[in-house]
Design a protein around this ligand. Structure first.
Ligand SMILES: Cc1cc2nc3c(=O)[nH]c(=O)nc-3n(C[C@H](O)[C@H](O)[C@H](O)COP(=O)(O)OP(=O)(O)OC[C@H]3O[C@@H](n4cnc5c(N)ncnc54)[C@H](O)[C@@H]3O)c2cc1C
Ligand SMILES: *[C@@H]1O[C@H](CO)[C@@H](O)[C@H](O)[C@H]1NC(C)=O
Ligand SMILES: *[C@@H]1O[C@H](CO)[C@@H](O)[C@H](O)[C@H]1NC(C)=O
Ligand SMILES: *[C@@H]1O[C@H](CO)[C@@H](O)[C@H](O)[C@H]1NC(C)=O
Ligand SMILES: *[C@@H]1O[C@H](CO)[C@@H](O)[C@H](O)[C@H]1NC(C)=O
Ligand SMILES: *[C@@H]1O[C@H](CO)[C@@H](O)[C@H](O)[C@H]1NC(C)=O
Length: 493
């Protein structure tokens, strides 16, 4: 066969570079996070040959389970799923993973400086002064109203896109929020959604994100981003979200995935395919799906370079600065005090917490996010130093029992070489209106996945799956694979 002969020639060519011969596939999927795995599954189901190429020694990317000393499991990355997240819920179903409701009974706590306020987990706002409460209600209403005008497919085509992209979320919000406490409360919500500050984010970017927090029949709202009941934090996966990518990888077949093989360059060949060069193994593919955040995708070298718009997008988007500290206890002791485990605080290293105990409540866990400026401020801190600060916060929030954790699990997503932060890539002013269209627009045979490239639930596991499926569909829509294109037809090297 032609291809076999070509393979021999290729082996010789690639031997020059000290690499084993590239294997040939229809599609190379770079990244084995949920977006890459979802893309691979769809392509394999349609009969394509696929290689998934992963830098780490595991699947899942920003989704990862870790075993605990007590025999349980904790989630280092994504934890929650909720209504309108149709694709991640369908995947859980398909993989026979059960969901359970996030614990949401008793009082939530708000700490405003030294002041401690409790309020029903079902009420939208803590009992702050009336002006502050009114301003918080107003800003949420206004955000939802403007988000409803956004076309989630093309936020950059909104009539006011340029104006909205020339200001920050904070510029816009502070016109309505005039009290110190309303501004502080807003900031806690913003940072727990994005792990970025309201000053960092473009208003257009924020509106597009809110608009995407829904599905085609339920418009996105700010409430759905922040709420537990009826919101993005409503449910969890029994056994941990890490089972989503792990079980999907088993289903796809782990022989389709090469691990510990970071891709360094993607080079177009003369026959129109791509040489996808990894550290330990390279592939020749007709199409490539790059399935990761734009900033991380920007670390790969593209020959020839991708579009100027795409280059700008990858350079300008940046990852949230995020860490997560999970404290593991013998029991969920706060429940006995009629506390939900949910805290919002205007001070501290951890300013937002959730009950992170397993479905059966057989032990207790509190998860805390270390976000934005708080994470940056601890850039050089040791794990012990960070733990001490978080322990002080948890004692302040839940009482002295909170000091007696059996285990503290810290993850610094900002220091992970192949994530560079989390939960998602952010955009400041002047990015989306100019370069946003490059989030999803293929560059020749290079297609872009990763949660940031989703219309709905960008930034979330659901968006990751949607983006992967969309990228796969783009390739499948090109018709019969191989038509008019043959390995070996071109003189690639
Ligand atoms: C702390 C935290 C909390 C979160 N909470 C939630 C939540 O509650 N609910 C929710 O839905 N989402 C949450 N998220 C977001 C969610 O985890 C992500 O949206 C989703 O996992 C992104 O999937 P992805 O496939 O787009 O990207 P990733 O998971 O980042 O996958 C990209 C993959 O590409 C690999 N890679 C990178 N560079 C290369 C290279 N050069 N060559 C080969 N491979 C490479 C990476 O190792 C990685 O495996 C959270 C994230 C974090 C960090
Ligand atoms: C959208 O979300 C709602 C609420 O979760 C759900 O009932 C519906 O099936 C979802 N999907 C679509 C396409 O409407
Ligand atoms: C527990 O908290 C809820 C508020 O969510 C409150 O309505 C209820 O009365 C409290 N129960 C007790 C026993 O204090
Ligand atoms: C809630 O706040 C009220 C009023 O300050 C206080 O009396 C009550 O003890 C608090 N309850 C809890 C569980 O913190
Ligand atoms: C869009 O901008 C125009 C003028 O620049 C303004 O009149 C209009 O109210 C804006 N629309 C929205 C929805 O903000
Ligand atoms: C961390 O250390 C580097 C170099 O050691 C220094 O330049 C930087 O300012 C430090 N950052 C913080 C937040 O202390």
């Amino acid at each position: 066969m032609l291809s076999r002969r070509f393979f021999t020639i290729l082996s010789l060519a690639s031997a020059t570079f000290g690499h084993p011969s590239p294997e040939q596939v229809d599609v190379a999927v770079v990244g084995a996070g949920l977006s890459g795995l979802a893309a691979a599954q769809k392509l394999l189901d349609s009969g394509k040959t696929v290689a998934v190429i992963e830098a780490r020694d595991r699947v899942g990317g920003r989704v990862e389970n870790q075993k605990l000393k007590n025999g349980g499991v904790t989630e280092l990355g994504a934890a929650f799923v909720g209504p309108t997240q149709d694709r991640v819920l369908a995947l859980a179903d398909e993989l026979k993973l059960a969901t359970f409701k996030e614990y949401n009974q008793g009082y939530d706590l708000a700490f405003v400086g030294a002041q401690r306020l409790n309020y029903s987990a079902d009420s939208p706002s803590p009992p702050l002064d009336p002006t502050t409460v009114q301003q918080i209600v107003e800003i949420i209403g206004k955000t939802d109203q403007l988000a409803a005008t956004i076309d989630v497919e093309n936020p950059w085509n909104s009539p006011n896109a340029t104006a909205w992209d020339s200001i920050t979320l904070q510029d816009w919000a502070y016109e309505t929020l005039t009290t110190i406490v309303s501004r502080e409360a807003f900031e806690i919500s913003v940072e727990s959604i994005w792990s970025g500050t309201s000053q960092q984010l473009s208003f257009l970017y924020a509106l597009a994100y809110v608009a995407g927090a829904g599905n085609s029949t339920n418009k996105g709202t700010f409430e759905r981003l922040i709420l537990t009941t009826d919101g993005g934090q409503e449910s969890r996966i029994v056994g941990g979200t890490g089972l989503l990518p792990e079980n999907l990888a088993d289903k796809i077949g782990r022989d389709k995935i090469t691990f510990s093989n970071p891709v360094r360059s993607i080079t177009q060949t003369k026959s129109g395919g791509y040489l996808v060069r990894g550290d330990s193994k390279s592939f020749l593919a007709r199409n490539v799906i790059v399935a990761m955040s734009p900033p991380v995708a920007g670390l790969i070298e593209y020959n020839p370079p991708v579009s100027i718009k795409r280059q700008n997008l990858m350079k300008r988007m940046f990852m949230g600065n995020e860490g997560k500290m999970n404290a593991i206890y013998k029991t969920p002791f706060w429940r006995a005090q009629n506390l939900s485990g949910q805290v919002q605080s205007t001070t501290g290293t951890v300013r937002a917490t959730f009950d992170d105990s397993p479905a059966d409540g057989s032990y207790g866990a509190i998860l805390g996010f270390i976000e934005a400026s708080q994470m940056k401020a601890l850039n050089n801190a040791t794990e012990a130093e960070i733990r001490k600060l978080v322990q002080e916060d948890y004692v302040r929030y839940f009482g002295p029992e909170a000091a007696d954790a059996e285990e503290w699990v810290l993850v610094r997503w900002d220091l992970e070489e192949y994530s560079r932060g989390g939960p998602t890539a952010l955009a400041g002013p002047g990015t989306l209106s100019k370069f946003g269209a490059a989030l999803r627009k293929a560059d020749g045979g290079i297609h872009w996945a990763g949660t940031e490239a989703s219309d709905f639930w960008q930034g979330y596991m659901d968006g990751a799956i949607r983006s992967g499926e969309r990228a796969a569909e783009e390739i499948l829509a090109q018709g019969q694979g191989g038509l008019g294109w043959r390995w070996g037809a071109g003189k690639d090297f």
